[in-house]
Design a protein around this ligand. Structure first.
Ligand SMILES: Nc1nc2c(c(=O)[nH]1)N[C@@H](CNc1ccc(C(=O)N[C@@H](CCC(=O)N[C@@H](CCC(=O)N[C@@H](CCC(=O)O)C(=O)O)C(=O)O)C(=O)O)cc1)CN2
Ligand code: MET
Ligand SMILES: [Zn+2]
Length: 750
């Protein structure tokens, strides 16, 4: 039989330690480098990464998790499942990018969240007429590359079940998973080619196996893996599951040699399912940045030893979700730094744990250091601040409640004097190169704080003028001062640390630097008051204060794992609450608290969803119930799959909720009616994910459709998300049309 390995990770980041790939890909799109240049830069990044992993001591290294844009899109290409329309583009690489981002003529594929992470994948479209065919060149080439370097490579492919579960059926209502038998011969062919290329193991990624599957689906998982295992010439099969507990699906994997289990987000599956297998134990958290507790990890490994045929130490999931290395962080607080492990440090942890596990009694010195760091972390005063706990302990139900919605509506009508079908935007205006350069100049000391503030004021003035000229009703300041809607707040709150270079891929070439929420959270001073106050002082129109909600701040940060998330959420909520009260005191009468990530943190298993939605809604209400009932609270949600969270949206009790609907055709309004929602709602009528300028007619049509579900008194007119990634000229044209559409519909509504 194949030799089992002892130390690995499930997948690798690919943007490059300094975002080299992001820059190369964007240069290629801009026509500054050609396809050969791009390929060479990508190859050099892979080579460097493979050498580092081999030097660190991993004895099996994943190959094939590199991607120019997204691994699900790569899998669609490998299975010949790109929609026909992209074949009109000349070169394969450009067809690939056309599917990812669209072209002048072609709409891109949709993009959606990867399980409960902040990574977005491209959703393959599969029609009844789609015929699959195998194109494994990319994977085989990367495998060959690794072999040439002498690396113990383990090819990684997205498995057929997860691929079909994540794809979208077009032109048919039949669940795609029913077509898995069509993929089996392709995967059998692929396994043969990988074996011929010298692969001992292949990893098939099946994170969908940690979600709730029905008996039919479980039957298909079993028959698929029985069929793949029956292939004549193949590597040993490792099915990688992650992001949760592998429950009932474990027993459907009886015929494969290895299973990877996530022991951080999940727990061990039944011993019977692991018996005789090579178990790849995900004891090092692949998604968060805390060092691993060696004693817990070693105990988990020891408990598997009695069950599995062999055990390898691994990360719980791919390292895609954490930054490359702590080496680039020069300014982190030294004690905080000793509690952390980014990608490179996690690889070292895996190797240290594997050697400690493999040779009882001979622990690498590193583990002792980790134990000491753990002790120091537990006792650090920043993790437990009396004033925060006293305040939380004193909270009452009334702190999460406002007057009944109908009463608030009356008060606000009088206080605000808005027209029917009021127009507004979601907050950000284009983050132009001019704005980002000013921020880079400030950071590098080329301009001082005063000059920076002067420029941001000028940016705010420009955005206010534009909105006045266009005739919008509720104005925004445009968020020019924000590098990111979460990082910006984290940089100003105590209990958070920001990184200098902790970039993580969010989608395609776009990256974020999630802050690290390590301690109890307090707000040393107001965070947005100067900017919003400045904006309100420059116009007679209403300016909407703009904040990010507690759930989204949690979702897009690396969050402490030593207390329940619900407690951490309430701490952040109190800081936001104090900010809303400050804004109100300064004369701001409309405040928006964004919660775009409400859906993202929803647990993957239905059984855990209710508890989450309970504390998430509570935290939002704590953040927004400190203001007077005259003050209008808005919220904003994106990512149209609202299904399971629709009641929670009503539970937020925000006076106005703007939602992404431009692409989901207003169905969400009916869903809201079904749960008795009777507050203000702004279904997005302008799809900001595309540079296209929507016409007046189509926005009128959207509003007319909305009016079938919502009375005019509750309907708002807005885009479906912020405008930060768009360009100035298209934004101006689109908002011009949006205001015209609202005016037209107003004349005969209500
Ligand atoms: N945290 C978070 N998660 C989210 C979203 C979000 O807004 N925030 N939205 C959704 C995803 N959408 C996203 C949309 C845009 C970007 C995005 O544009 N990211 C930028 C970086 C944003 C940023 O931090 N910008 C910094 C500048 C960082 C930088 O690159 N600076 C340059 C110099 C300045 C320059 O020339 O740009 C450098 O240091 O080299 C700033 O504005 O200050 C990028 O990848 O390019 C990311 C995610 C869901 N998840
Ligand atoms: C991803 S939701 C974005 C909300 C934020 N206020 C903006 O307009 O950018
Ligand atoms: Zn949004």
């Amino acid at each position: 039989m194949t030799t089992p390995f002892t130390a690995t990770v499930l997948g690798l980041p690919r943007i490059g330690p300094k975002r080299e790939l992001k820059k190369a890909v964007e240069s290629y799109w801009a026509g500054r480098i050609d396809a050969d240049d791009l390929a060479e830069q990508a190859r050099a990044l892979r080579e460097r990464q493979l050498r580092e992993l081999a030097d660190a001591g991993l004895d099996s290294i994943p190959v094939g998790t590199f991607s120019y844009y997204d691994q699900i899109l790569d899998t669609a290409v490998m299975l010949g499942a790109l929609p026909e329309r992209y074949a009109t583009v000349d070169e394969p690489i450009d067809q690939y990018f056309a599917a990812a981002r669209g072209t002048e003529e072609l709409a891109p594929l949709e993009m959606t969240k990867w399980f409960d992470t902040n990574y977005h994948y491209i959703v393959p479209e599969i029609a009844p007429a789609t015929t699959f065919s195998l194109h494994p060149e990319k994977l085989l080439a990367e495998l060959q590359e690794a072999k040439t370097l002498g690396v113990a490579a383990r090819p990684v492919v997205v498995g057929p079940v997860t691929f079909l579960k994540l794809a979208k059926a077009v032109g048919s209502d039949e669940p795609l998973i029913a077509r898995v038998a069509e993929l089996v011969p392709l995967y059998v062919d692929l396994l043969g080619q990988l074996a011929a290329a010298g692969a001992e193991w292949v990893q098939l990624d099946e994170p969908s196996l940690v979600t709730d599957l029905n008996p039919d689906e479980l039957g298909l998982v079993r028959s698929t893996y029985d069929a793949l295992s029956a292939a004549e010439n193949r590597p040993a099969i490792l099915v990688a599951t992650y992001f949760g507990r592998l429950g009932e699906a474990a027993s459907a994997l009886a015929s494969v040699e290895g299973i990877a289990v996530d022991l951080v987000a999940g727990s061990e599956p039944d011993a019977a399912a692991l018996k005789g297998k090579h178990v790849v134990a995900g004891v090092v958290d692949g998604r968060n940045v805390w060092r691993t507790d060696p004693d817990r990890a070693l105990a988990a490994l020891a408990s598997l030893e009695g069950v599995a045929a062999s055990v390898a130490v691994s990360t719980s999931c791919s390292l895609l979700h954490v930054p490359y290395s702590l080496d680039a962080e020069r300014d982190l607080d030294v004690s905080l730094r000793s509690w952390l492990a980014f990608g490179a440090e996690k690889v070292r942890e895996v190797c240290a744990l594997a050697s400690a596990h493999g040779s009882a009694g001979h622990e690498p010195a590193e583990l002792e250091l980790t134990r000491a760091a753990f002790g120091a972390r537990r006792n650090d005063p920043r993790l437990r601040r009396a004033e925060v706990h006293d305040r939380l302990a004193g909270l009452k139900d009334i702190d999460r409640q406002r007057l009944p919605a109908a009463r608030r509506r009356e008060l606000q009508a009088e206080h605000l004097g808005l027209p029917l079908l009021p127009t507004t935007t979601i907050g950000s205006f284009p983050q132009t190169a001019r704005i980002r350069t000013a921020r880079a100049d400030l950071r590098k000391g080329r301009i001082d704080q005063d000059a920076y503030v002067r420029q941001m004021h000028a940016e705010i003035d420009e955005v206010l003028h534009l909105q006045e000229r266009l005739g919008l009703d509720v104005l925004v300041h445009g968020e020019p001062e924000r590098n990111d809607m979460v990082q910006y707040f984290a940089e100003q709150l105590d209990g958070f640390a920001a990184t200098a270079n902790g970039w993580v891929q969010s989608y395609g070439s776009r990256c974020v630097r999630p802050p690290i929420l390590y301690g109890d959270v307090t707000r040393p001073r107001a965070m947005t008051l100067d900017w919003i106050g400045y904006a309100q002082s420059r116009t007679d129109k209403l300016v909407k204060g703009m904040l990010t909600g507690p759930v989204t701040i949690l979702a897009w940060s690396f969050v402490r794992d030593d207390q329940p998330l619900s407690d951490t959420a309430d701490q952040v909520a109190l800081a936001i609450r104090d900010e809303t009260v400050d804004l109100e005191r300064a004369g701001v009468r409309v405040v928006q608290v964004d919660e775009p990530a409400l859906r993202e943190l929803l647990p993957l298993r239905a059984a855990e969803q209710r508890a989450y939605l309970g504390w998430a809604v509570d935290a939002f209400r704590l953040a927004t119930s400190g203001v007077a009932d005259e003050t209008q609270v808005h919220t904003h949600l994106c990512y149209s799959e609202f299904g399971e969270v629709i009641e929670a949206i009503a539970g937020l009790d925000a006076d106005v909720t703007s939602i992404e609907a431009a692409r989901s055709h207003m169905e969400v309004l009916d869903d809201l009616n079904d749960v008795g929602f009777d507050l203000g709602v702004g279904p997005g009528v302008y799809d900001i994910h595309s540079p296209r300028v929507p016409s007046v007619e189509e926005m009128v049509a959207s509003l007319e459709a909305a009016l079938k579900a919502v009375p005019a008194e509750r309907l708002w007119v807005n885009p479906d998300c912020g405008l930060k990634t768009r360009g100035n000229s298209e934004v101006e044209a689109s908002l011009h049309n949006l205001v015209a559409a609202a005016k037209q519909v107003r004349t005969h509504a209500g």
